[in-house]
Design a protein around this ligand. Structure first.
Ligand code: G3H
Ligand code: 13P
Ligand code: ZN
Length: 309
């Protein structure tokens, strides 16, 4: 069933697990995700970025997510806008059946972020849609916004409390050391769990925290890409133990895109190299879809999100 994230987060917080929020760009990715969630009996957030909307046309993605819902009505699915840049894109999604939107004002000054987020919250709540916002700055690349290494900033706990109180936002993405993309750490991976603990202790009991940039960049899949002609040296993500630890704390939503990209790309590269005479897209998109499904099932294990329907 298409639903907002309220009950998902409530259950996840109580149960000490997190909901996987997976980025989608086409049919095979959506089918792989929903197939994985059906196997593991897991509620899910299917999220669409501005880049995905531009690539696929928002109508197609919405209809594909609706198709997933029709195929698996037993799975709670939140249809979510990832990194909405302004009021207009959030409004469009709210008006078009999304059950959840993110307004990302993290690159603005605090007061401007509060104002923009509150505006989206007021509109979304009037239509029964929940809102995620972000405070603090993640490093890395998302759409056209690039935050250079060293220019990110961790979320301030007192500001987080003030931000949530003044905006009424339903969940908050925080910066504690994760970043978008495949190159998250130069040295040893490190997350500021103490900051996460302080932030959640200052927020109301059960308030859902969101972790962006949470892919693990699993070495096996980087190697698969590189073995078959890829060139992704030095890729490194957030170790799975850290993701599991965050999921047991107040983190209720974990965003994953890069791990799906690597799985899909690795398998397609392998198919191309091993079967050069094939030119039937089903012969490489099919295995790619299976790889997405397997990756999603693995992620759901790491998040502790199994048997929760
Ligand atoms: O936050 C970034 C997500 O990985 C989405 O990436 O903006 O290239 O679709 P994208
Ligand atoms: P990754 O790049 O770590 O998969 O993060 C995705 C994300 O945060 C989408 O909003
Ligand atoms: Zn993100």
């Amino acid at each position: 069933m298409l639903t907002d994230t309220k009950k998902m987060f409530e259950d996840a917080f109580k149960g000490g697990y997190a909901i996987g929020a997976f980025n989608v760009n086409n049919m095979e990715i959506i089918q792989g995700i929903i197939g994985g969630c059906a196997e593991k009996k897991s509620p899910v957030i299917i999220q669409v970025s501005a880049g995905a909307r531009k690539y696929a046309n928002p109508i197609y993605l919405r209809k594909l997510i609706e198709a997933a819902n029709e195929e698996h009505p037993e799975i709670p699915i939140a249809m979510h806008l990832d990194h909405g840049a302004d009021f207009e894109i959030c409004k469009q999604c709210v008006d078009n059946g999304f059950t959840s939107v993110m307004i990302d004002g993290s690159h603005h000054e605090f007061e401007e972020n509060v104002k923009l987020t509150k505006e989206v919250v007021d509109y979304a709540h009037s239509k029964g849609v929940v809102v995620e916002a972000e405070l603090g700055k993640l490093e890395g690349v998302e759409d056209d916004v690039k935050v250079a290494s060293g220019e990110g900033s961790y979320t301030d706990p007192d500001q987080a409390v003030e931000f949530v109180e003044r905006t009424g936002v339903d969940s908050l993405a925080i910066a504690i050391g994760t970043s978008h993309g495949a190159f998250k750490f130069k040295g040893d991976p490190k997350l500021d769990f103490e900051r996460l603990e302080v932030i959640s202790s200052k927020l109301p009991e059960g308030y859902p925290i969101v972790l962006h940039g949470a892919s693990t960049v699993i070495p096996e899949f980087v190697e698969l890409c590189n073995k078959y002609g890829g060139d992704i040296p030095g890729a490194k993500g957030v170790p799975e133990e850290m993701i599991s630890k965050a999921a047991k704390m107040a983190v209720c939503k974990v965003n994953i895109d890069t791990d799906l990209r690597l799985a899909m790309t690795g398998v397609i590269r392998k198919e191309f190299m091993e079967n050069p005479s094939n030119f039937d897209p089903r012969k490489y998109l099919g295995p790619a879809r299976t790889a997405i499904q397997e990756m999603v099932m693995h992620k759901l294990d790491v998040l502790g999100n199994i048997n929760h329907l």
